[in-house]
Structure formats: structure tokens, C-alpha cells
Design a protein around this ligand. Structure first.
Ligand SMILES: *Cc1c(COP(=O)(O)O)cnc(C)c1O
Ligand code: SF4
Length: 461
């Protein structure tokens, strides 16, 4: 059966650019790299031996403003920077490379440094893994009642790597991606047995790295199964930022859009949870056309990003980004805080500052862009929003609340932390008014009593 509407999808570009990927081994082939000094090129190599590095021709040719490099935000988003490592770690790796150390030795040192960057080592994803008939369902995480995360095994890389990404250990091969899954039958069965689940969120890596055929192998069974409780199929992705050609002029663009249309024709929603870090990612004809094509397939696009120094810590930039998203028919969804891992010291914005950025940006946009919530931390107890700074009977406090909680009962109860201008994460905050613990802490400890691991692998895409 053919769907005649697919033939109406406008194709923007006459010349299909081929995807070209660059990493540590071939980045000097990028023509624009010649504009960097030898030292800057060396910095990429030194830091890139520790943190993941992958970029592509679209990012290089369409997004990075090479006149502004090395201070360009998209350059900082994708290319390793000297200050992402401590001086000590940087010097150690620099010395190794300078004396021509062999691969094995470089890797050993790299792994030792990585271990000091809070990599959430293997096992960390374990405690949201659901069980069925006594079997642990690796490749899935079920933390919040309505939504199950699914990590398709073919979707565990990306079109480029973000230098801030908390999933970096899996990209440098430190974590076996043991929570990636091929088992869509088990997903179907689990969703069937858990009628409270309304949403499946495909995540990765980036699931949109998959071909239409591979993605269809996951999506089609969800449509043909009888799952009346399943309302939303969500896909967390950076593809609109890193390779919008996917929905414009790739070889299987038509097939992909037809697959999405099949979902929406079935009466379910297809939501692309699109990760945009900078307005520039929305401001060229390829991405505009990609968004139009998706919307013509009735795909709902919701947007999210962390707030990060060197990339987007500026209210005017956020206002411009949200406005541009609304203009193109996307729905702003979350502003996140950078996770405490990898080069977090380079990117992190204190909670109070993040709230100021959020507030100033929010004031500048119409109600249609005020669907966004944040700034929010995906932390162990849940998604915690910094609501603001308030004066409570002469005491300066930070007002917080759960947007999602491990216990749903925690959601939407404001709570108070002692004012701390430098805190960047919830574990640095102390309860206000001299109280010993936050209201949720005792229960959280009980929930984890039998496990000695308190880290998580939350999703922000
Ligand atoms: C963010 C997140 C979700 C989705 O939450 P929404 O608020 O519904 O977008 C689901 N599971 C985990 C583990 C998450 O971190
Ligand atoms: S943030 Fe998303 S696109 Fe960026 S490296 Fe991480 S998983 Fe990939």
C-alpha cells in the first residue's frame, strides 16, 4: 500500500551532501583547521585523547563561525578545548604525546584520567532497570511512572559528540553499553503489562543515527501490538542540530518520513525531543526544511538543552532560541543544568545564575514559548527545578520543586534550600531554616537501602 501524500513532501536541496565524519585521526583534513595555530591543533589532540571527539561536515561548514574560533560556541560544543582538562591532566597527556608514547600507554593514562572525571562507571544505569518474570530488562529504564526509556542497540552513537555529554564514557569505550537493547518484543510485553505507561522514549546515543529500516524494526511492532495505553512515541535526538539532512535529502528521507506518518496515522503521537543548544542550529535553510517536513508528517517537535558556560549562558540567546523554535512550530520544553561529569567545571553554571538566565529570557518571550520549564537537574531523586530566590521572613532562600520524582508524591511540593550562589547541583545544597534534611531524603535513602550505588543515568534528550 502506498501513501500518496509522501510524494508531496518538498525536497529542499538539489545536491545531497554526503555525511562526512571527523575524529581524532582525521580532523586535520578539515580545511578550516588550517586557520588554527599548531598549538590549538595540538590542544584538540591532547584533550581529544581523554574526552570523546567526533564532528561532521555539516557542523563544520554550516554551524561553526570560523572567524570566531576558538571562542565560537559551536566549536566549543564539538571540539575539545584545552581548559576542559585540569592543568595537571592536560600536562600529563601533553608530555605523553610529546615523547611519542605508544597507543597502549596513552590509553592507560587516558583511562586513569577518565576515572577521575566521575564517569558513572558500568552498573550505574542499573537501578532503573525494570524486571519482568524475574528477568532484568537491559536496554530499558523505568524511573517515572508514565514513561519508559528504551535504548536501541543500533542507536548508541551520534552524528557528532557534544563535549559536555554525560554519556561520554560509552563513547570512549569505558562502559560497555550493556543497557542497549534489541528486544522490542519484551518492550511490547512490558508496556502491555504496565497500563500506567503512556510514553516510550527512544534514547541513546542518538536513535536518529539509525536508518529508516532499522528504526522501523523497533517502531512497527509497537504499532501492530495492541497497546491502547501507549499514547506517545518519543525520540530523543540531536539530529536537527547535527544532521538535518536526515529529513531533507538523505537516501532514506522519504522512507523515514513515511514511517513517522504511519505512527501519527495510527492515532499515536510521534514526539521528537529535539536537542538544540544554540539558536544558530535553527537558522539555516536545511534545518528549516527538515522541521517543515517533520511537521507535515504530523511529528510534534519539543525542544530542550542544558545551559552551559562557553555555549549559551546568556538570556538574550535563550530568548532568541525559544522565539525561533516557536516561529518554526516547535514547542520549548526543558532547560537543563550540566551534569556533574567529564568537563563539568568548564561548562557548569551555578543554579542561581541559571535561574537568572531562565527568568530574563522567559520575560522576553510570548506565552507560546513559556511552555518551557527549568532550569532543571536530572538528579537521583528526580527532575528538580530551581524555581527562584525568595525572601522568607528575612532569610534568603532558594525555592525548588520536583518536576518528576522517584516518588510521584514529591512532585509539585515547593521546598527550600539555604541560599548558595555558587552551588551547581542539588547535592551541594543545604536545607533552609537550619533543618537537617530535605523532605524527600529519608524516603530516598530507604528506596536505596539495599543498594550502595546512588548514581543514575537520566535522560535529557
Ligand atoms: C526526563 C526523563 C523522562 C521523561 O520525563 P518527562 O518529564 O515526561 O519528559 C523519563 N525518564 C527519565 C529517567 C528521565 O530522566
Ligand atoms: S548530548 Fe546527545 S548528541 Fe550530544 S553527544 Fe550526548 S547523546 Fe550524543
Amino acid at each position: 500500500m502506498t501513501d500518496t501524500r509522501q510524494t508531496h513532501i518538498p525536497i529542499y536541496s538539489a545536491s545531497q551532501p554526503q555525511f562526512r565524519s571527523y575524529n581524532l585521526n582525521n580532523f586535520r583534513d578539515i580545511p578550516q583547521i588550517a586557520r588554527l595555530t599548531e598549538q590549538q591543533q595540538l590542544d584538540i589532540e591532547i584533550v581529544g585523547n581523554v574526552l570523546p571527539f567526533k564532528v561532521n561536515n555539516y557542523v563544520v561548514d554550516q554551524l561553526i563561525d570560523w572567524d570566531k574560533v576558538p571562542n565560537d560556541p559551536i566549536f566549543a560544543l564539538t571540539f575539545p578545548q584545552r581548559d576542559m582538562l585540569s592543568t595537571e591532566h592536560y600536562d600529563e597527556m601533553a608530555a605523553l604525546l610529546a615523547r611519542g608514547a605508544d597507543k597502549t600507554e596513552i590509553k592507560e593514562v587516558a583511562n586513569r584520567i577518565r576515572m577521575q572525571l566521575n564517569p558513572h562507571p558500568a552498573g550505574q544505569a542499573d537501578h532503573n532497570v525494570p524486571e519482568m518474570d524475574g528477568e532484568r530488562l537491559h536496554g530499558m529504564q523505568h524511573k517515572y511512572r508514565q514513561t519508559i526509556l528504551f535504548f536501541p542497540s543500533q542507536g548508541q552513537t551520534c552524528h557528532a559528540y557534544c563535549t559536555f555529554c554525560f554519556r561520554w564514557p560509552q563513547f570512549v569505550g569505558m562502559t560497555d553499553i550493556k543497557f542497549a537493547s534489541r528486544e522490542v518484543e519484551k518492550l511490547v510485553e512490558y508496556v502491555k503489562r504496565n497500563p500506567q505507561i503512556t510514553d516510550i522514549l527512544f534514547t541513546g546515543g542518538d536513535p536518529m543515527i539509525m536508518s529508516a529500516k532499522n528504526l522501523a524494526a523497533y517502531i512497527e511492532p509497537l504499532l501492530s501490538a495492541d497497546l491502547p495505553n501507549l499514547v506517545n512515541i518519543r525520540i530523543g535526538t540531536k539530529v536537527l542540530g547535527y544532521w538535518p539532512h536526515k529529513f531533507v535529502d538523505d537516501d532514506d528521507t522519504q522512507e523515514m518520513l513515511a514511517l513517522f506518518r504511519k505512527v501519527t496515522d495510527s492515532g499515536k503521537q510521534l514526539a521528537l525531543m529535539a536537542h538544540f543548544n544554540h539558536p544558530r542550529e535553527l537558522e539555516n535553510d536545511t534545518v528549516r526544511q527538515a522541521i517543515r517536513n517533520l511537521r507535515e508528517a504530523n511529528v510534534m517537535i519539543r525542544t530542550q538543552s542544558p545551559v552551559m558556560r562557553h555555549i549559551n549562558d546568556d538570556p538574550a540567546l535563550w530568548a532568541r532560541m525559544w522565539e525561533e523554535q516557536v516561529k518554526q512550530g516547535c514547542v520549548p520544553y526543558y532547560m537543563f543544568l550540566a551534569r556533574d561529569t567529564g568537563a563539568q567545571h568548564y561548562f557548569s553554571v551555578p543554579l542561581v545564575r541559571a535561574w537568572q538566565i531562565f527568568r530574563e529570557a522567559y520575560q522576553q518571550v510570548s506565552g507560546l514559548a513559556r511552555t518551557v520549564r527549568g532550569p532543571s537537574m536530572s538528579a537521583n531523586p528526580g527532575k528538580v527545578q530551581m524555581l527562584g530566590v525568595a525572601d522568607a521572613g528575612g532569610q534568603k532562600v532558594m525555592v525548588m520543586r520536583f518536576l518528576q520524582g522517584r516518588d510521584p508524591d514529591w512532585v509539585q511540593r515547593p521546598f527550600f534550600a539555604a541560599y548558595d550562589e555558587t552551588a551547581t547541583w542539588i547535592d551541594e545544597l543545604k536545607p533552609a531554616f537550619g533543618e537537617e534534611k530535605f523532605f524527600f531524603e529519608e524516603e530516598l535513602e530507604q528506596l536505596f537501602h539495599e543498594r550502595n550505588d546512588t548514581s543514575t543515568a537520566d535522560d535529557f534528550e
